[in-house]
Design a protein around this ligand. Structure first.
Ligand code: NAD
Length: 486
């Protein structure tokens, strides 16, 4: 990993605050980043002090005055160059994501590819930031609606997508004429430093002000600096519902805007009309991929009573073949949880299940050679009713709850009967059932899939969810409008 860190311009004892290529580290605290893969220490990072934060905001404000006056397609050209640099750094950054976060190398590469894709999207968008014209009621007048940049966009991101979520926000914000200050997860700070170095180099090569792209590091206290700062008109926060509730309230108190991308509790319905081979693959990929640490992970499986036993047997057999181990080794299907806290939450959920449901596949923490970090766990399947608290709560681990239904309307009701509303799926070859699921009386989630699992996102569509998932939309479609004022 040392080679990769040095390729990405990172030293093991790194400053945590950056305006472009200039780094500072005056904060009194450090974050030490350990890999969940093998417990190895990546290094230590100095957290951002309040005075460093103030300097970042001043630099970003000055940069905004220049950046907003550049024609949008010129800003798009800078984002195009950023995408080109990401292509060059794809394997190194993908490996770093895999090692620091614990997702498979393929998924690490996939995350960098999402960054590249959003750059491509943003380049096109930079020539399409349109408003509408209207006929006026006053004679010889016309009206039009025009979009203007907001200023500083504060980005708070979660550990499980340590690079893509920042790029989803910043690529759009940049072409819209905004500048960005990023507070990444304290669990994946080295991934953020790598990204900062790549974009800051592009800005420097174009003689652009350094404050267009800034980085601050630390825990929730550094995040709070953004949420209460009136100089930050938009805070885009990705993470748990618990975090979103606090950040949302703080930003609203000062009449700022938010994009909230919070927890999910995603279900898949399997009807008697489903192709069970497609369904089984969809469930396994959705439930155990990234060790259940995707916001779109499949957590609940709602199966028609007539096929329930068959589906259960198929899953028991498929789960028996899952290889758990080092995510950088392509033979393994599932890597570790992020840290010991996550393992504790997984074990506590299993305890709760024992009290209110029935375990089908018991799980447990793995130990011995290759599992020294203590973060590798086995996936769990359990039969628990949807109303139970453990099912209503998102546990960020590979735990799948099975439940039965009789009528498709009942299945949709069960699927919707949780506080969260991110992703959902139905497996069926019946057009009638699929259309019911997609209708106004169907899934209440931001994402509704047919014959594909709950996890994953496509750059072209607006990504996000309803209810306690926060209501934000990022990435494609007209999500850009949230980064501008009308
Ligand atoms: P988390 O809420 O613990 O932390 C997320 C970020 O918020 C971190 O950078 C953290 O430092 C910051 N933070 C926490 N409290 C804060 C506060 N009071 N003020 C300001 N900042 C604060 O989440 P996590 O464990 O890193 O990530 C997992 C969660 O993220 C899951 O719930 C998952 O579903 C969710 N997630 C959602 C999406 C989505 O698009 N909906 C995407 C990825 C992850």
């Amino acid at each position: 990993m040392k080679d990769i860190l040095s390729k990405l311009g990172i030293s093991p004892n790194h400053d945590g605050t950056s305006t472009g290529l200039k780094w500072s580290g005056q904060g009194s605290n450090s974050i030490i980043s350990f890999s969940p893969v093998d417990g190895g220490k990546l290094g230590a990072i100095k957290t951002t002090s309040e005075s460093e934060y103030n300097h970042v905001i001043e630099t970003a404000q000055a940069a905004f005055k220049i950046w907003r006056m550049m024609p949008a397609p010129k800003r798009g050209e800078v984002v195009r160059q950023f995408g080109e640099e990401l292509r060059k750094h794809k394997t190194s950054l993908g490996r770093l994501v895999s090692y620091e976060m614990g997702k498979s190398y393929q998924e690490g590469l996939g995350e960098v590819q999402e960054m590249i894709d959003i750059c491509d999207f943003a380049v096109g968008l930079s020539r399409q930031l349109s408003g509408i014209t209207l006929h006026s009621e006053r004679s010889q007048h016309r009206m039009y609606e025009q979009y203007h940049p907001l200023g500083i966009v504060g980005i708070i991101s979660a550990f499980n997508f340590p690079v893509a979520v920042w790029a989803w926000n910043s690529a759009l914000a940049w072409v819209c004429g905004d500048v960005c200050v990023w507070k990444p997860s304290e669990k994946t700070p080295f991934c953020a430093i790598a990204c900062q170095n790549i974009m800051a180099t592009v800005l420097k090569n174009n003689n652009l002000p350094e404050g267009v792209c800034c980085l601050i590091n630390g825990d929730y206290r550094v995040g709070e600096l953004l949420s209460r700062d009136t100089c930050v008109p938009l805070v885009s926060a990705t993470g748990s519902t618990r975090m979103g509730r606090v950040v949302g309230a703080k930003v609203a108190e000062r009449f700022g805007k938010t994009i909230l991308e919070l927890g999910g509790n995603n279900a898949m319905i399997i009807t008697p009309e489903a192709d069970l081979n497609i369904a089984t693959v969809g469930v396994v990929f959705g439930a155990v991929g990234t060790a259940g640490q995707r916001c779109t992970t499949t957590r609940r499986l709602i199966v028609h009573e007539s096929i329930y036993d068959r589906v259960k047997e198929n899953l028991i057999s498929a789960y028996g073949q899952i290889k758990i181990g080092n995510p950088l080794d392509e033979k393994n299907h599932m890597g570790p949880l992020i840290d010991q806290d996550a393992v504790r939450m997984y074990l506590s959920a299993i305890e709760n299940i024992r009290e209110c449901g029935k375990i089908v596949i018991p799980g447990g923490v793995l130990s011995g050679k290759g599992y020294e970090s203590g973060c590798y766990v086995k996936p769990v399947i359990a039969e628990v009713e949807n109303e139970k608290e453990v099912v209503q709560t998102e546990t960020f681990a590979p735990i799948l709850y099975l439940m039965k239904y009789e009528k498709v309307e009942e299945a949709i009701q069960i699927q919707n009967n949780v506080p969260q509303g991110l992703s959902s799926a139905i497996m069926t070859n019946s057009v009638r059932e699929a259309e019911k699921f997609l209708s106004h009386a169907g899934s209440d989630c931001g994402i509704a899939n047919v014959n594909i699992g709950t996890s994953g996102a496509e750059i072209g569509g607006a990504f996000g969810g309803e209810k306690e998932t926060g209501g934000g939309r990022e990435s494609g479609s007209d999500a850009w409008k949230a980064y501008m004022r009308r």
